[in-house]
Design a binder for this molecule. Structure first.
Ligand SMILES: Cc1cc2nc3c(=O)[nH]c(=O)nc-3n(C[C@H](O)[C@H](O)[C@H](O)COP(=O)(O)OP(=O)(O)OC[C@H]3O[C@@H](n4cnc5c(N)ncnc54)[C@H](O)[C@@H]3O)c2cc1C
Length: 380
């Protein structure tokens, strides 16, 4: 049996699944202190942080069901340290701070957020190992040590070990965070805004007009709304993922770029970057290629079946960094968008920054790099 949807929903309890459609179509309080638009991980984490910060009544609206966008299809890896090879230091710092916040949330949220701490082993892409840049958090593994961790490799390979990274079922984390919100309306779309001076005075929705004190747009991409002229470039990058049948093979955690062992001995693999593929469908050829890649590294997986396969789109700005900022020209409206391949990881740190910013009314030190106007020719 192969299911063309993510495994994450099936791992929830019936009660948790039902909460993804909370408050269907209904807004009880049209004058909240804070309105959050978008029920992905960024919106839910931000709403939860606003509640935690004591910002008064917080309403979250979502056009579909909670987690229906990129969040529900993500791999859910929380791996700041390997990103030292690919991301600039200030961005890795945001990721590190956010993994710490995930750890805090695991303790603070009733029932936890489902954080699984696990090690990351990167297999060297070619003989001679990794690039010259050798981050301090890395333990280098000889081919013999790699073989000890991962028996059955097709050929000897060097490796890099980074301890104490993490993963979540992104939908479970979202559901647990959303449990602390008193006002959630799914099936409600924001359609437009009314602006007076430098303030949003109303947000038009499919369930009527909302007049918030402050508003945060966490819509994945910059929102397209009547009355809100935003000129922030963004596109999307499709990715495929699969989950195999149960296998007796045991991986020591995340083995990059091969697979991550998840519950029941299944393997989670993929996370492709299918540039130029705008179709919403799973491409069988991509799924086959992911499985072929698995078998090429671990031949004993030959014949293993695929239980789940899916694809979804990462929201992206041209420089692959998010926006975490006030909406240009406005004093009570914020935007976070374009979290690309690290939105699950970076949600708690982003949420904390936004909640602090709304509370203090002034810009916190961190988010300068993530400005909304960095793409404009006019500097801010
Ligand atoms: C294949 C793949 C693998 C990934 N793996 C990882 C990973 O391992 N680790 C990691 O950290 N990240 C990963 N990501 C990235 C991560 O999924 C995203 O960065 C993150 O989910 C973005 O969250 P979001 O809340 O900004 O957007 P979304 O989850 O897309 O949520 C935005 C929500 O806003 C709603 N919305 C939009 N417009 C409106 C409106 N007008 N009114 C009301 N609601 C609206 C949408 O319906 C949607 O539910 C991966 C992504 C993909 C595709």
């Amino acid at each position: 049996m192969t299911v063309s949807s993510a495994i994450w929903r099936d791992q929830l309890t019936d009660t948790e699944r039902a909460t993804l459609g909370r408050g269907d179509g209904a807004i009880d309080d049209p004058r909240p202190d804070v309105l959050v638009v978008g029920g992905g991980i960024l919106g839910v984490a931000t709403a939860a942080a606003c509640v935690q910060a004591g910002l008064g009544s917080v309403l979250l609206i979502e056009t579909g069901r909670l987690g229906a966008g990129a969040t529900g299809g993500a791999t859910g890896l929380l791996i700041p340290e390997p990103h030292q090879w690919s991301d600039p230091e200030p961005f890795v710092d945001l990721e590190r701070a956010s993994l710490e916040r995930w750890r805090d949330l695991e303790q603070a949220v009733p029932g936890g957020v489902g954080l699984v701490e696990l090690d990351w082993i990167g297999l060297a892409p070619h003989p001679g190992g990794f690039a010259a840049h050798q981050p301090p958090a890395v333990e280098w593994l000889s081919p013999g040590q790699v073989e000890h961790f991962i028996p059955g490799l097709a050929r000897p390979m060097e490796g890099a070990l980074i301890r104490r990274q993490g993963r979540v079922n992104p939908l479970r984390a979202l559901v647990r965070l959303a449990a602390g919100l008193s006002a959630v309306a799914t099936g409600v779309a924001a359609t437009g805004v009314t602006i007076s001076g430098d303030r949003v005075t109303a947000v038009m929705t499919s369930a009527g007009r909302v007049s918030p004190g402050a508003v945060v747009f966490a819509t994945g991409w910059p929102p397209v709304l009547d009355g809100l002229a935003l000129d922030i470039p963004a596109d999307r990058v499709k990715g495929h993922l699969l989950v195999t049948e149960r296998t007796p093979l045991r991986l020591p955690g995340i083995v990059a770029p091969v697979a991550t062992q998840i519950e029941d001995g299944r393997l989670l693999a993929g996370g492709t970057f299918d540039l130029g593929d705008e179709t919403p469908d799973v491409q069988p050829g991509v799924i086959e290629a992911i499985m072929d890649g698995l078998v090429a590294v671990l031949p004993e997986l030959r014949g293993l079946g695929v239980d789940y396969q899916w694809c979804c789109f990462r929201p992206r700005h041209p420089d692959r960094r998010p926006v975490i900022d006030l909406v240009p020209g406005l004093a009570n409206a914020w935007l976070t968008s374009g979290h690309f391949r690290t939105g699950i990881l970076n949600a708690p740190a982003t949420a904390a920054v936004l909640a602090r910013w709304i509370t203090a009314g002034e810009i916190p030190a961190e988010p300068g790099t993530w400005s909304a106007s960095r793409f404009s020719t006019r500097a801010r």
